[in-house]
Design a protein around this ligand. Structure first.
Ligand SMILES: Cc1ncc(COP(=O)(O)O)c(C=O)c1O
Length: 402
């Protein structure tokens, strides 16, 4: 007789972010600084429940009369409001009734739904992802059996975009391939396309018949809700087909409630209905129905002008804090190093930047200085506080050539 079923499995190594988190927790030094985990932190180091969420949650619970199922597509009013937030009220794809939106368990759920939809339509298609990209893109998209390839995106030595190399690579993609694009606040680099570059990219996608899969996980974290969706809106107004994975984990702080959506844009109304029918079948085959609680809170906030106003203020406060910490860290690094090597941190957007130092330097920062970041030197700027920024800057200055 052979081994039992689970005896055939060998233990997998821990996800690198989980490894960093475990080491941070085990470190008893009062100096320790967590720049690893990808969640927002306020000045007290907390990842707070937003006030607008607390209020909406109370109102939602008070009005709730049943816990019965909603639908595989989730809440209709949530889906409509998400489409408007992402595409704007008068977008051509919405006017032409070519967009269909399905509530998903977080942005990850939307990415996976999108990957399965692509596979249902064309299993041989390649998805081009940026080099570097968020670590979860590979398992989320690759596990559905799609082939993944990387396009150059960011030069970690020069700390800048590789836009020409990106275009050059995408020119050679096969007809009908998919291109995964970070809509704003690129994770892990913090480097986004400029408006003119979005336009050039849109023209290439149209001409080469490539399908954009836009990942919008940080709307409102760079400039504001509209400006951060400008690239998505521009591309979606020019291509016949697009997918958009939306997450409200960060901008509403609803991480564990799993609130997201997949928007699928097709070239015709009938095509949109066909895509929707597949997305719903895929959702039913994976998890049946999305969780409701977080989406009910989000929909209540989107529909209530006072709550929405409160949200916009809280979102602006999160954004300002991150921008302030970027400026402060860049200034302290200039002082500590005596040069402008790290000035790029100030102008980048969203929570992440790649420090651009070696894996050994990252290890020494962790082991000698108790400063924890990802091994590719991704740091979360929301882990910087006015009272640790000096220590972080001096430690980086001491180890940067390590
Ligand atoms: C680039 C990117 N896409 C999508 C997500 C989706 O996150 P969630 O599934 O928690 O909504 C994240 C979260 O870290 C992200 O960084």
């Amino acid at each position: 007789m052979g081994p039992l079923l689970f005896q055939r499995l060998s233990r997998l190594s821990a996800d690198s972010i989980l490894g960093v988190m475990a080491k941070y927790r085990a470190d008893s030094s009062p100096l320790k600084v967590d720049l690893g985990v990808g969640v927002y932190r306020d000045l007290s180091g907390n990842t707070p429940v937003l006030d607008c969420v607390r209020r909406a949650e109370r109102e939602v619970l008070a009005a709730q009369t049943t816990k019965s199922y909603v639908a595989a597509a989730g809440r209709e009013e949530f889906n409509g409001a998400v489409e408007e937030l992402v595409l704007g009220s008068a977008h051509a794809a919405r006017r032409g009734r070519r967009a269909r939106t399905v509530q998903s368990p977080g942005g990850c759920g939307a990415l996976r739904l999108g990957a399965e939809l692509i596979r249902a339509a064309a299993p041989g298609v390649t998805v081009h992802i940026s080099d570097p990209t968020w670590g979860n893109h590979t398992p989320l998209l690759g596990s559905s059996g799609l082939r993944l390839e990387r396009y150059p995106y960011y030069d970690t030595a020069a700390n800048q975009l590789r836009f020409e190399a990106m275009l050059e690579r995408l020119e050679r993609a096969a007809d009908g391939d998919v291109v995964l694009i970070h809509a704003c606040c690129h994770n892990p680099t913090g480097a986004d396309l400029a408006p003119a570059q979005w336009q050039v990219l849109a023209e290439l996608l149209v001409r080469r018949r490539l399908v954009p899969f836009l990942d919008l996980a940080y709307q409102g974290f760079a400039v504001d809700l509209d400006a951060d969706a400008a690239g998505v809106r521009l591309i979606a107004s020019q291509v016949p087909e697009a997918l958009i994975a939306v997450s409200f984990s960060k901008n509403l702080g609803l991480y564990r409630e799993r609130v997201g959506a997949l928007i699928a844009i097709s070239e015709s109304e009938a095509g949109a209905d066909a895509s929707l029918s597949h997305v719903l079948q895929i959702a039913r085959s994976i998890y049946s129905m999305p969780p409701d609680h977080g989406a009910a809170i989000a929909a209540h906030i989107f529909a209530n002008p006072a709550l929405k106003g409160e949200w916009l203020e809280e979102l602006a406060a999160m954004r300002t804090r991150i921008a302030d910490m970027r400026a402060l860290l860049a200034r302290q690094l200039r002082e500590a190093t005596g040069d402008g090597t790290f000035d790029f941190i100030r102008a980048q957007r969203g929570m992440f930047s790649l420090l651009g130092v070696s894996a050994q330097a990252v290890e020494r920062l962790r082991d000698e200085h108790h400063i924890y970041m990802m091994s590719d030197s991704r740091m979360n700027l929301a882990g910087i506080m006015p009272d640790n920024v000096n220590y972080v800057a001096e430690s980086i200055a001491a180890e940067r050539f390590g």
